[in-house]
Structure formats: C-alpha cells, structure tokens
Design a protein around this ligand. Structure first.
Ligand SMILES: Nc1ncnc2c1ncn2[C@@H]1O[C@H](COP(=O)(O)OP(=O)(O)O)[C@@H](O)[C@H]1O
Ligand SMILES: [Mg+2]
Length: 249
C-alpha cells in the first residue's frame, strides 16, 4: 500500500533545477532509503514530503491528501503528523534532553505534565537515553545527540518519520547503533519511514526499499536485492563507490 507519492515534481531555485519530473512512491509501514550524490536534492524531497516546501510543478500526495492544496492551519495540522530527524540534531542548547524531547507534546497537545513525563521517559528508553534525560545537549556525544533528535522526532507517534543523513560523519560503531535505533523505533512504534543516507552498509541493513535520485529524478527503485542487481551503470557506480563510470565528477 502506498503511504505517500510524489508525482512529476519539479523544484527550482532561481535558474537552478533541483528536481524535474521526479516521481517516487513511499510504501506504507516500510523503511525507504533515499540515496544519491551530495546536492542531488534528497533533503529537498524530505521537505516536499512534510510540506515544508511546495513543488513548483507536480503533486505530493500523502495519505490521499494533495499537500500542494493545503494552506495555513491545515498545513500546520498535517505537519504535526510527520516526524523529522534533522541532519544536525537541532536540539535547543538551553533545554535538557527530556525537555527537548517533550517539546512537540508541550506545544501541540493538551497533555498533563505527568502524561508528558511518562511518554518522554518511554521514548528515551526506546533510544537508550533514559540515563541522560537531565543532561544538557552540550554534555552529549554525537551519537547521543542524534538519538535525542530521533526521540523528539517520534515522541508524538507520527505516521511518517523522516531521517536526514542520520549517520553521516559518525564512526562505524555509532553508525551501527543509530541504524539499530531506527529499526527498533519502526518496529516498536510502527509507521512509515524514509531515510536519506550515503551509508550503504546501514542502508542494506535497514531498507525495505531503496530509491536512487540522480539529476533531478528517481532513476532506480526497488527492494535491496533489486537495486543491488540493477543493470543501471549509474546505480552500480554509486553502490561500488567507483570513480570510473558515467557519473560526472
Ligand atoms: N533554499 C535554497 N536556495 C537555493 N538553493 C538551494 C536551497 N535549498 C537547496 N538548494 C540547492 O538545491 C540542491 C539540492 O539540495 P539538497 O536537497 O539539500 O541536496 P542533498 O540533500 O541531496 O545534498 C543543492 O544544489 C542546493 O544548493
Ligand atoms: Mg541533504
């Protein structure tokens, strides 16, 4: 079943064409990994999916609703159902870990402090940060910051969670922990997940589906096995990290 669909989207920044005739299907309850070169437009696709940006052409359909038609309050309401784990954890420096994670609940619900505490504690347990709940962001390691960001992204149980480069720049052990955390959160909380990543090992470990973005459009899509066997030389060059091939350097 399809959870979301980008149909023939174009995104341009002035003269620069980032997406053109870009179509992508996001399957419900699956983990879809979006791969592609730096600057290809992966983060832009995530912003289309949570309504942070409207395409210049085409449509973005999430749960049957055309986001391009939503305005104002309806758009804000819609965006609450989507969790976004940013590339740079984007925590508030002046708030403790638990206050950061509680923020979406404090802002968007009428829950009591006791209810919020309970959910925040349970969510921090899921990302194995319960012992760090009173710490400040400056006191956390890179991997812990990421997990706190994950906790904040999922705390209101969104139907769609978007992770932008969750492991980029981190060592292999932290990468492993973060990959396991994404898989665990999906298993425990359900929902549909899209992960932008360059980390092939991590992608092969967690993806149900892989989509590759190249020169403005999705050029390959399928299960891990299908994409690994892709006859497309661009996909093969990306997967092997070879400097020899059709990708312009
Ligand atoms: N707000 C913006 N204004 C101008 N150019 C932008 C803006 N956001 C993104 N871009 C450009 O769009 C391209 C795609 O960006 P992005 O989606 O962040 O790529 P990726 O996440 O794949 O690295 C990049 O060349 C970037 O410079
Ligand atoms: Mg990006």
């Amino acid at each position: 079943m399809s959870f979301a669909r980008i149909e023939d989207a174009a995104v341009r920044f002035g003269e620069k064409v980032v997406l053109e005739n870009c179509s992508l299907e996001i399957k419900e309850r699956a983990i879809t990994c979006l791969i592609g070169l730096s600057g290809a437009g992966k983060s832009t696709i995530l912003r289309l999916l949570n309504g942070l940006r409207r395409p210049d052409e085409g449509r973005v359909i999430v749960k049957g609703i055309d986001l391009t038609t939503l305005r104002g309050r309806d758009l804000i309401e819609f965006r609450r159902k989507i969790g976004f784990a940013f590339q740079f954890a984007a925590l508030f420096d002046s708030l403790s870990v638990s206050d950061n994670v509680a923020l979406p609940l404090r802002e968007h619900t009428k829950m009591s402090n006791a209810e919020i505490d309970k959910i925040v504690t349970a969510t921090l347990e899921l990302v194995e940060l319960e012992t760090a709940k009173d710490r400040m962001p400056a006191e956390l390691s890179g991997g812990m910051l990421k997990r706190a960001g994950f906790a904040r992204a999922v705390v209101n149980n969104p139907e769609l969670v978007l992770y932008d480069e969750p492991t980029t720049g981190l060592d292999p052990i932290i990468t492993h922990v973060l990959t396991d955390t994404i898989v665990r959160l999906r298993k425990e909380l359900g929902g549909t997940v899209v992960v932008v990543s360059h980390d092939l090992e991590s992608i092969f470990a967690m993806a149900d589906y892989i989509a590759m973005l190249f020169e403005g459009a999705i050029i390959e899509y399928g299960t891990v096995e299908e994409v690994r066997k892709s006859p497309n030389p661009i996909v093969q060059q990306f997967l092997t990290g070879s400097e020899v091939g059709p990708i312009p350097l």
